[in-house]
Design a protein around this ligand. Structure first.
Ligand code: B12
Length: 527
């Protein structure tokens, strides 16, 4: 059977779809991956139409996060107008809203997709579309009735799944009204891959030990249970040995919610094998209370170069009561101190625009962050109320946001408030200056405003990139060739981080695109 898997994401890191593709291929199916970055048009482009006609898939899968809901709804409508091919939706947003999504797709996948898709292909081959599949995780609508199948227990044995490739030769992308094979047009792939394709993004675990109220994981837990599933070191290294063959991969970006969920034995073995076979710089994410000095130093010795840690707020009340994140700021300070000892490059993440956070708590965050051991960089994210999360439910109930607010406001766009601007430059200005500027609205003068407004563009364009460059250089042990290649490879995101915050211009166009769609495709926004 032929399977076409489509992503509407703006960038080419599509881990979930790659996993599904690899598994379907291992079961003898023919698969193509297609990236349609942010596609939200009134008509199906002739290039996409020809590509589908030519490939003639038996099943089309669309993967979506919440922000891709309207693009997915629109694409599915366009596909349905032209083709009579069954469409299945899957991904985070579908897991959180399977019934709603079933209004638009023929099938929805409400949890892990690897085995579900293979079973559905088999079902379509042997039984056809008129019989509702009895496949765990796959829901459908037959004669107006929803056929809900049970959720399969999460895949425990992650090693039994074939791993994802860095750049599969069956990966295609839509660019300027044409479709190109990414493996044959690697420049184009790198244009769409985050950080210029300089890294391989992967997971060594699935799941998170925490249940933060704003995070998708808190909702997944009600489906998957509270467990972290881990791959074996041998399996991870086998994936990386393949990845390393591509000379453009300069580092490994491990996206596990908390890499430190692995025990010391696992980490010890990983460090030994990684150093021996892979020996590329790598990045991990850590949760402050799970910081472990011994693990961290072992990892640093194996090439750990960047460490991303979520702080979210400097106020314990906000972290405990609003975010259900039982992490005191003292733990953050302690963890940051240990990170500083290793000279790995620290990146801290903070959530802003929280209507449950008082002005005093916002100022407390600024003071707290200014106390962290420097140098480090920090990124701010707009608090987005993703559906299915406890915080979204609370905010909707409190009439603070509409249930679909997340569809219109892109996460990287933060409010341009005085305190946000100050927090944004806090890591790079003297503490005394932070203290001087960190005033409540009532006692702020025009001098505060003028000073802050003139500092922000200068700091963002000079000091922040300099700090970014310095911590990267130092983390790469002053290996200039590595630094230049890494910074060059990632310049687009590094610079755009400075100018446009995080993911770059393309993502910031999301709001404009949605506005355009509202005007020109009003039917899309009706139920
Ligand atoms: C790695 C990661 C990224 C990476 C790569 C994303 C990717 N597609 O692989 C990058 C950095 C690109 C990224 C970006 C963003 N991310 Co992100 N990301 C993650 C993270 C940490 C892991 C995702 C992952 O690889 N999971 C492992 C794979 C195997 O699981 P999966 O993707 O869910 O796929 C499985 C199933 O969902 C299903 N499935 C998936 N697709 C399909 C398709 C079909 C047809 C079928 C049948 C099944 C199916 O089968 C898969 C295999 O079992 C998650 C947190 C988490 N733990 O999930 C957040 C998460 C997915 N991200 C999130 C967000 C908000 C974002 C951003 C919007 C944030 C931002 N900075 O703006 C951007 C979106 C950018 C954009 N425009 O596209 C939220 C999504 C919430 C939501 N309701 O949508 C999550 C859940 C984190 C959170 N805090 O809540 N992210």
């Amino acid at each position: 059977m032929r399977l076409l898997l489509i992503s509407l994401q703006s960038n080419a890191y599509i881990t979930g779809l790659k996993y599904i593709a690899a598994n379907a291929r291992a079961h003898g199916h023919n698969v193509r991956l297609l990236l349609l970055p942010g596609y939200l048009e009134n008509k199906l482009s002739p290039a996409i139409e020809d590509f589908i006609l030519d490939y003639s898939p038996d099943l089309i899968g669309v993967g979506l996060m919440s922000i891709e809901f309207y693009p997915a709804k629109n694409l599915t409508r366009l596909l349905k107008e032209k083709f009579n091919i069954p469409v299945i939706w899957g991904g985070v947003h579908v897991i959180l809203n399977p019934e709603e999504c079933l209004k638009y797709a023929d099938y929805t996948c409400c949890a892990d997709g690897e085995r579900a898709v293979v079973s559905l292909l088999e079902h379509l081959r042997t039984k056809g579309r008129d019989i509702a599949p009895e496949i765990p995780n796959v829901w459908t609508r037959i004669n107006g009735q929803i056929s809900k199948q049970p959720i399969a227990l999460p895949e425990k044995d992650l090693d039994s799944l074939p791993f994802q490739e860095y750049l599969p030769d069956y990966f295609y992308g839509f660019h300027k009204e044409g479709i190109y094979n990414f493996a044959q047009n690697q420049r184009l792939f790198r244009k769409y891959a985050l950080y210029g394709g300089t890294c391989h993004m992967m997971l060594t675990t699935r799941g998170c030990p925490f249940k933060c109220a704003y995070c998708g994981n808190s909702a997944f837990m009600s489906i998957y249970g509270k467990n972290v599933r881990e791959r074996s070191v041998a399996n991870v290294i086998a994936e990386l040995k393949e990845v390393k063959k591509n000379p453009y991969v300069l580092y490994i970006n491990i996206q596990d919610d908390c890499f430190f969920a692995h025990n010391r034995e696992w980490i010890k073995e990983f460090c030994r094998e990684y150093k021996k076979h892979i020996n590329l710089p790598f990045l991990v994410r850590v949760i402050p209370t799970m910081m472990d000095r011994e693990k961290l130093f072992m990892l640093r010795g194996a090439g750990l170069s960047w460490i991303v840690m979520g702080i979210q707020s400097g106020s314990d009340r906000v972290n405990f009561e609003v975010y259900n994140r039982k992490i005191r700021f003292t733990s953050v300070e302690k963890a940051a101190g240990i990170i500083a000892e290793t000279s790995a490059a620290p990146f801290y993440e903070l959530i802003v625009d929280n209507p449950y956070e008082t002005e005093d708590e916002k100022r407390e965050t600024i003071t707290a962050v200014s106390q962290l051991k420097r140098p480090y960089t920090a990124s701010l994210a707009h608090l987005t109320f993703f559906p299915g999360t406890p915080l979204a439910e609370r905010a909707v109930k409190d009439n603070i946001v509409s249930p679909d607010a997340y569809l219109y406001r892109y996460i990287v766009k933060i409010d341009k408030t005085y305190l946000n601007k100050l927090l944004d430059i806090t890591p790079y200005i003297p503490k005394t200056l932070v203290k001087f500027l960190n005033k409540p609205e009532a006692s702020r003068r025009i001098t505060h405003q003028v000073l802050l407004n003139s500092l922000v563009p200068v700091i963002k364009r000079t000091i922040e990139p300099a700090v970014y460059f310095f911590i990267t250089t130092r983390a790469l042990d002053y290996n200039i060739s590595w630094t230049i290649r890494t910074v060059r490879g990632g310049w687009r995101s590094a610079i755009s981080r400075v100018i446009f915050n995080f993911l770059g211009k393309g993502d910031l166009k999301y709001d404009q695109k949605m506005e355009w769609a509202r005007k020109n495709m009003p039917a899309l926004f009706e139920n």
